[in-house]
Design a protein around this ligand. Structure first.
Ligand SMILES: [Zn+2]
Length: 203
């Protein structure tokens, strides 16, 4: 391993360490609190960018294709993510609708747009305009993206409803699952590596 002269700070206890190059599979942990500081073998900018574009396509499918279809006594209904939020808005629990729309549609959309913006420029070796603000927004939005919670809730609903109704998972559920995995992969701490990749370009 070769030592890098720059420093890294533990987000949990503010301890400062000298940065060390890590091999794939290795990870650096804080000696004080045990938090993971960095992982080796992170994906390249091109891979991140390709996955971000894929996530954008999956977002479109997730919000247009039915998540579940319900059949009962000759009647059938298909539910999309957007329609479920819309149904909550027209009901008596509008605050829940706002939270659901925010955490399952708006924040993931903003995450994908910001990732495509930042990585699109980084892919050609440039720093995106408003780079610092966009990176900070991505960091602040991470806890508000709750696609995995939404996915789990839908799966529980399917299992519960299947005892009373004829319920089938739709194509939108599969694209939601893929979008969830992709966002966890590309919007995690690995994206912070852009600070290092573009260090020479930042002024
Ligand atoms: Zn620490």
């Amino acid at each position: 391993m070769s030592a890098d002269p720059s420093w890294m700070i533990c987000e949990h206890c503010d301890s400062v360490f000298s940065r060390t190059a890590l091999l794939p599979g290795q990870r650096a942990e804080c000696t004080r609190c045990g938090a993971v500081l960095a992982r080796g073998g992170r994906m390249s900018v091109s891979t991140h960018f390709a996955l971000s574009v894929t996530a954008a396509l999956l977002f479109v499918f997730t919000n247009t294709l039915p998540l579940i279809s319900i059949h009962m006594e000759g009647l059938s209904n298909e539910v999309t993510l957007w329609k479920s939020v819309e149904a909550l808005v027209t009901g008596p629990i509008v605050p829940i609708a706002i939270v659901a729309g925010l955490t399952t549609i708006l924040v993931p959309l903003l995450q994908i747009l910001l990732l495509c913006w930042l990585l699109g420029f980084a892919h050609v070796g440039c720093v995106a305009p408003y780079f610092r603000s966009c990176m900070r927004m991505l960091e602040h939005m991470r806890p508000w993206s709750m696609l995995e919670v939404c996915l789990l809730g839908i799966l529980v609903a399917i299992v519960k409803l299947s005892g009373m109704l004829d319920v089938h998972p739709g194509l939108g559920l599969w694209t939601l699952a893929m979008q969830t995995v992709l966002l966890i992969l590309i919007a995690d701490k690995g994206i912070c590596g852009l600070w290092d990749d573009l260090e020479g370009e930042l002024t």
